[in-house]
Design a protein around this ligand. Structure first.
Ligand SMILES: [Zn+2]
Length: 475
């Protein structure tokens, strides 16, 4: 691993630099830039890619400590990228998580609270902000139900259901590649690619068997050592409902799909870099949320707000070398990604819930251990026999040391993340009082912000509901 070096690499021409007389007087500097020929525009990356790998837990990537070769390509890329080791989603469910990533707002503010739900109001998104900055914007989603997030995209290619229920990574990436090669002018591109293969780890389909049959997940650990790792450091529970053999087999299936996606991403990345289009590009690679994978006796995602549900990988790779080799432990949130892109692309941005990560990368801002993250669960309505349906609420606020969860049904939880990173021992009966108050106050502050302008979600179409049922979501 290249040692972090915060002084040798700066961001690509930050706003102050753009006023340099040299940049202003010489049109020659515009040769080779695809954004345009004003001095201001030379600051932006030529192309920006956002890759979301659905359901990828951060701790299943090698570059964040998984003891097997799940991500050979991304691990290599990570050595030349900024790696955020503590990056978190705002929701453990696909549509709200993506919507928060795109808008730097929380689900109560953009209105896309559950799968298939479009934004509830007009919002700035990564796509619309970059579109306004002169980028041509395109999305390639491996499912159809994210179509409600298409605001700001010039081209939105969502999977259309047919014989299969999602589009495999190679197909989605091929379509993106084709679209890119069809763009013959020099306009800068923003491309979002959503890959769904890892999400489907627990299903067995013939076409997936064929695609996965030659994939191996190499590890130096013996089977026994891996099982011990999964129990002690991954949080794999010993609870009822499955045998350890079944759990390990399930996790192996999950890992193989990560390798598959990693291979396909390598192909996509290299093809683009070797193409005439390449110029300089910025790649942001993350996941929408994590996965239970038997931690806390839970396989899936969406209903819980534990670490395994919210902790996601986050890489920022600039072909200019910005931040190459820097690892940042400060809390980084999905809501920080839009402000970060806006700063790097020198695009104007209104008020959001996030803040740019650029100063952390350059070292202009020191790590702030009191910085907190917020997440909320999708809406759930419970109904006891003979009583009215009751909307349930689950929200969490945390920093790198403590985590508070408010669950209107099951009560409160409080975790000491230093002593208990897997969030197994609820300290709510005997918490550090000042800390508990700090987190409760902070959650109240979030609620007050949301209450000022709570956005109702738009209706989910019948077609989308049918797709979600086919994908196994319980509606
Ligand atoms: Zn998802």
């Amino acid at each position: 691993m290249t040692p972090p070096n915060r002084t040798s690499t700066g961001p690509p021409s930050r706003p102050a630099d753009r006023r340099s007389p040299l940049l202003i007087v010489s049109l020659a500097i515009c040769v080779g830039t695809l954004v345009g020929c004003s001095s201001e525009e030379t600051a932006a990356p030529d192309h920006i890619f956002l890759v979301t790998i659905d359901t990828l837990r951060a701790d299943h990537t090698e570059f964040l400590g998984y003891p097997a070769q799940t991500t050979p390509f991304l691990s290599k890329l990570a050595e030349e990228s900024v790696v955020f080791t503590n990056a978190y989603s705002s929701a453990a469910h696909t549509t709200p998580a993506h919507a928060s990533l795109f808008t730097a707002l929380y689900p109560d503010q953009h209105g896309a609270r559950e799968n298939g739900q479009p934004f509830g109001r007009k919002v700035d998104t990564i796509a619309s902000v970059l579109q306004g900055r002169g980028y041509r914007t395109a999305a390639f989603s491996s499912v159809g139900f994210l179509e409600g997030l298409q605001f700001g995209f010039d081209h939105f290619d969502a999977f259309q259901r047919g014989a299969s229920i999602y589009r495999p990574a190679d197909d989605t990436l091929d379509r993106a590649q084709r679209w890119i090669s069809e763009q013959k002018d020099r306009k800068p591109l923003f491309v979002w690619v959503h890959l769904f293969d890892v999400h489907e780890w627990s299903t067995v389909r013939q076409e997936d068997r064929i695609r996965l049959k030659d994939i191996e997940v190499a590890s130096e650990l013996s089977i026994g050592q891996m099982q011990e790792f999964l129990r002690e450091e991954h949080g794999m529970s010993t609870g009822s409902g499955s045998t350890e053999e079944q759990r390990v087999r399930g996790i192996d299936s999950y890992n193989k799909r990560i390798v598959l996606v990693d291979n396909e991403l390598q192909r996509f990345f290299r093809t683009f870099q070797e193409s005439k289009k390449s110029g300089d590009s910025l790649w942001i690679i993350t996941a929408d949320h994590g996965e239970g994978l038997f931690s806390h006796n839970y396989k899936g995602h969406g209903l819980r707000l534990f670490r395994e549900q919210l902790h996601v990988p986050l890489l920022l790779h600039s072909t200019r070398g910005f931040g190459s080799g820097v690892r940042i432990e400060s809390l980084a949130r999905h809501v920080d990604i839009l402000p970060t892109i806006a700063e790097l692309a020198a695009a104007p941005l209104g008020k959001t819930q996030g803040r740019s990560l650029v100063p952390l990368i350059t070292g202009d801002e020191q790590p702030d251990r009191d910085r907190t993250a917020y997440a909320q669960r999708k809406p759930v309505v419970s109904q006891k026999e003979g009583s009215e349906p009751t909307p349930e609420e689950m929200r969490t606020v945390y920093d790198l040391r403590y985590k508070y969860i408010f669950d209107s049904r099951a009560g409160e939880e409080f975790y000491d993340l230093t002593a208990d990173p897997l969030e197994l021992e609820n300290l709510i009966e005997n918490p550090p009082p000042a800390e508990l108050k700090r987190f409760k106050d902070e959650l109240d502050a979030y609620r007050r912000v949301f209450d000022r302008r709570r956005v109702r979600g738009a209706k989910v179409s019948e077609e989308t509901k049918a797709e979600l049922r086919d994908l196994g979501y319980v509606e």
